[in-house]
Design a protein around this ligand. Structure first.
Ligand SMILES: NC(=O)c1ccc[n+]([C@@H]2O[C@H](COP(=O)([O-])OP(=O)(O)OC[C@H]3O[C@@H](n4cnc5c(N)ncnc54)[C@H](O)[C@@H]3O)[C@@H](O)[C@H]2O)c1
Length: 358
């Protein structure tokens, strides 16, 4: 039964990731949230999802916003289109949730933040991996100061995306609408690395397109310096064959080491501190879930967070400014790839190709 107080969510974009969003909302897996309507410019896609969950479907988002009562509109379109859609939706005055990456250029991210501020609407950027239980546990240990001085933070994304994956939609792997493994698949892990290790002062990167025919890179390595003095390494590839291997993060400090592995940073692999605490022994057992696919379980916890923030007027964990931070880091990495130089943050992109239309 639909509670009057339930928040009504409407989806813009009924592609691959909309399956996850529509199932969570449409099958009432999020307390306090319902699916109200869906929209896709491809009518067949909108109709299919609308029919599955018995909600109205549209091919025009403005028509949807004008004809259905909506509390939160969820933007699930191609990455390079997020900015134009968020900016067009902001004047409706409803909260907006946008999939990662929030945009592909810093100028677009700034315009989105400004449009939402001007309209007085809240912008939520999906970073569902922040809500994975082992990730939350790692963050807790950092906030408790258990690591002491941070020494090294590393991430590995070793996933498998074949030519068939890139060929299924023309936007995939293009500079204008997607970028490569750094801006798409590894954007989650890059966000986690910065969230755990703090601000980055410089990056140096190499990238290559190893096994598929796309514009952007499928493989990249990056070295980073953090403002704390710690160092970092990013290893990101969608050229792992024949199947997904891992999405992981390691944090090493003077008093301890934590590594979270699994396909989608969901499985505690190492939890080791110089001064153990009584519940340390259970951490490995309790937080060692590996999800069935690389999207992980985080979207559910993420939606619960969104409902809690709106209902109880709490600050969201990833707003526009927080979402912009990892985009700035990714842009700096691309700038380094293009220039062959170490890039300091803050910087003005000049050679970075991400989000640039031909
Ligand atoms: N959080 C995650 O783990 C995760 C996973 C996968 C994808 N994503 C992100 O989700 C976004 C979508 O990815 P996808 O794989 O679902 O792409 P997709 O191509 O399968 O779906 C995008 C859909 O948006 C529709 N669309 C485009 N313009 C529209 C408009 N004006 N109005 C309504 N619909 C419109 C397209 O027709 C298409 O059906 C990307 O930004 C991607 O990075 C996030």
């Amino acid at each position: 039964m639909v509670d009057k107080k339930d928040l009504r969510f409407a989806l813009v974009g009924c592609g691959r990731i909309a399956k996850r969003h529509s199932e969570l909302l449409g099958m009432r897996q999020i307390q306090g949230a319902v699916l109200a309507a869906v929209c896709d410019v491809v009518e067949e896609k909108a109709r299919r999802v609308g029919k599955q969950f018995s909600v109205p479907h549209f091919t025009d988002m403005h028509e949807m916003m004008k004809s259905v009562e909506v509390d939160v509109v969820v933007v699930l379109t191609e990455s390079g289109l997020h900015a134009q859609h968020v900016i067009a939706l902001a004047p409706y005055g409803k909260s907006i949730l946008v999939e990662k990456p929030m945009a592909l250029t810093l100028a677009d991210a700034d315009d989105m933040i400004r449009a939402c501020d001007r309209a007085g609407v809240r912008l939520f950027v999906v970073k569902q991996n922040r809500f994975n239980v082992p990730v939350q546990k790692l963050r807790e240990a950092l906030e408790q100061g258990r690591f002491g001085r941070l020494v090294l933070g590393t991430i590995r994304v070793r996933w498998c995306r074949t030519q068939e994956y890139y060929d299924q939609d023309p936007w995939r792997g293009t500079w204008a609408l997607d970028g490569g493994v750094l801006s798409n698949q590894a954007s989650h892990h890059i966000d986690l690395l910065e969230w755990m290790m703090g601000d980055v002062v410089s990056v140096f990167a190499h990238a290559t397109t190893a096994l598929v025919d796309i514009e952007a890179e499928d493989t990249a390595v990056v070295v980073l310096r953090f403002s704390s003095g710690a160092l970092g390494v990013i290893e990101a590839t969608t050229a792992t064959r024949p199947r997904d291997l891992e999405g992981s993060i390691s944090v090493l400090g003077e008093n301890g080491t934590v590594e979270i592995g699994g396909f989608a940073v969901n499985k505690m692999a190492v939890w080791s501190f110089a001064s153990p605490r009584p519940d340390d022994a259970q951490v490995m057992e309790k937080y060692s879930v590996n999800p069935p696919n690389v999207y992980g379980f985080g979207h559910q916890a993420y939606y619960e967070h969104v409902v809690d923030c709106i209902r109880n007027d709490k600050q969201q964990l990833v707003d526009g400014l927080e979402g912009r931070k990892s985009l700035e880091l990714i842009s700096a990495i691309y700038e380094s790839v293009e220039t062959g130089r170490e890039v300091s943050l803050r910087f003005q992109p000049s050679r970075c190709r991400l989000g640039v239309r031909a």
